[in-house]
Ligand binder design. Structure first.
Ligand SMILES: *Cc1c(COP(=O)(O)O)cnc(C)c1O
Length: 380
């Protein structure tokens, strides 16, 4: 059996090696390392894939979120609503910009923002909502956009984990994650659905004005060479990474299929085991399985992780501690118990190996060990 990795970047690279090497070599030979033609080509190709008006590449997903917020011209103390159960970037950039994060809990079925809690925390200072499409499944965007429209609030989607996921509206029409609201943000960090070999990110919008502000802001706020209209940042996607992403974008749907297939294998294997809650599917979103995350209530979760580790099966806790309990964010004056679903999930989730190169022998081995451990730890 091939060694099991939580994400297998080398196996995927070996499969695409010829094309990727050629694309990297092309950039090296051209010498255009910054703002090279590959960046623009990639932005266009990704825009076509997502059916969105403007794609602005940047250095990483965290910058994408920061620049998205910067483009909205908010005042210190303006409030931005998001969830405490995610990767730290959202709350981090809100705080860096001296805005006030207002947290709402997640839904227990999808781990995504509970849209039913948003209106309770809206005040006259609320300026934006950042829903995070966690693990590869969309938040209930129709409801969230509705609320935002009624209160004239911006919506910025964090689609870092949901590249290629589709939202299914009640009229049956579909849109890709990150393209349903004012601005969408994504990351091309090596483990993401569409990933480069280093850091990368992008911002999407259909709004021409926002697009030109964002494009200027990722480039020091420059309007024309050496003239600056805004305070911006230096956040660029390297040409080499853009060249890699152009190759990988062609295979994105194939990559997603492989993830969905692996998820289906996990589902089938765990079906007879009631203690393991497998990821729920919803009728308003596809699931592209950035993560395959099981929920295991009770003390078995931590022991399972250690057991799997001993068997050569890596697993991860995404995420072990919600934002409001993190040391850096204690001044927000939230306390334990404020977001019970997030807190319970942090103690109960476990993400299993998920990538495009998992084979049935590996999946058989992983699921076999999970099931064996659960039967012994929590007999039912
Ligand atoms: C990965 C990730 C980010 C940050 O992306 P980077 O490229 O690592 O800065 C932001 N939000 C979510 C939900 C992520 O998973």
């Amino acid at each position: 059996m091939k060694k099991i990795r939580i994400v297998d970047l080398t196996a995927q690279y070996n499969r695409l090696k010829e094309e990727i090497d050629a694309s990297i070599r092309g950039v090296l030979e051209s010498g255009a390392f910054i703002h090279g033609p590959e960046v623009k080509a990639f932005e266009e190709e990704l825009g076509n894939y997502l059916h969105t008006g403007h794609v602005i590449a940047c250095a990483n997903g965290t910058d994408a979120l920061q620049v998205a917020l910067m483009s909205l011209d908010l005042e210190p103390g303006d409030e931005v609503i998001t969830t405490p159960f995610s990767f730290i970037s959202t709350i981090e950039v809100i705080r860096l910009l001296k805005l006030t994060p207002i947290l709402v809990d997640i839904r227990p079925d999808t781990f995504n923002m509970d849209e039913g809690l948003i209106e309770d925390v809206i005040t006259e200072r609320t300026k934006a909502i950042i829903p995070v499409h966690l693990y590869g499944q969309c938040c209930r965007m129709e409801a969230i956009n509705d609320i935002a429209k009624r209160h004239q609030i911006f919506v910025i989607e964090d689609a870092a984990q949901a590249m290629g996921t589709e939202y299914i509206f009640s009229d049956g029409s579909r849109k890709k994650a990150g393209t349903m609201s004012h601005i969408g943000c994504t990351s091309f960090y090596p483990s993401k659905n569409l990933a480069c070999y280093g850091d990368g990110g992008a911002i999407f919008t259909d709004d021409e004005k926002l697009a030109s502000r964002i494009r200027s802001m990722v480039n020091h706020g420059q309007s024309k060479k050496y003239f600056y209209d805004h305070i911006g940042v230096n956040s660029r996607l390297d040409t080499v990474q853009a060249a890699i992403l152009r190759v990988k974008l062609k295979y994105l749907d194939e990559f997603l299929e492989s993830r969905i297939k692996a998820a289906a294998f996990y589902d089938r294997a765990f079906e007879p085991v009631p203690q393991i809650l497998t990821p729920q599917r919803v009728d308003y979103s596809t699931h592209t399985f950035h993560q395959y995350t099981i929920t295991l209530f009770g003390p078995c979760r931590n022991n399972l992780q250690n057991y799997l580790n001993d068997k050569g099966i890596p697993s991860m806790l995404y995420y072990p501690l919600p934002f409001h309990l993190q040391k850096a964010y204690q001044d927000l004056n939230y306390k334990k118990g404020d977001f019970p679903v997030s807190e319970e999930m942090a103690d109960s989730v476990l993400s299993l190996p998920m990538h495009t190169e998992l084979d049935e022998i590996q999946l058989e081995y992983i699921t076999g060990h999970v099931i064996q451990f659960i039967a012994e730890c929590n007999p039912k």
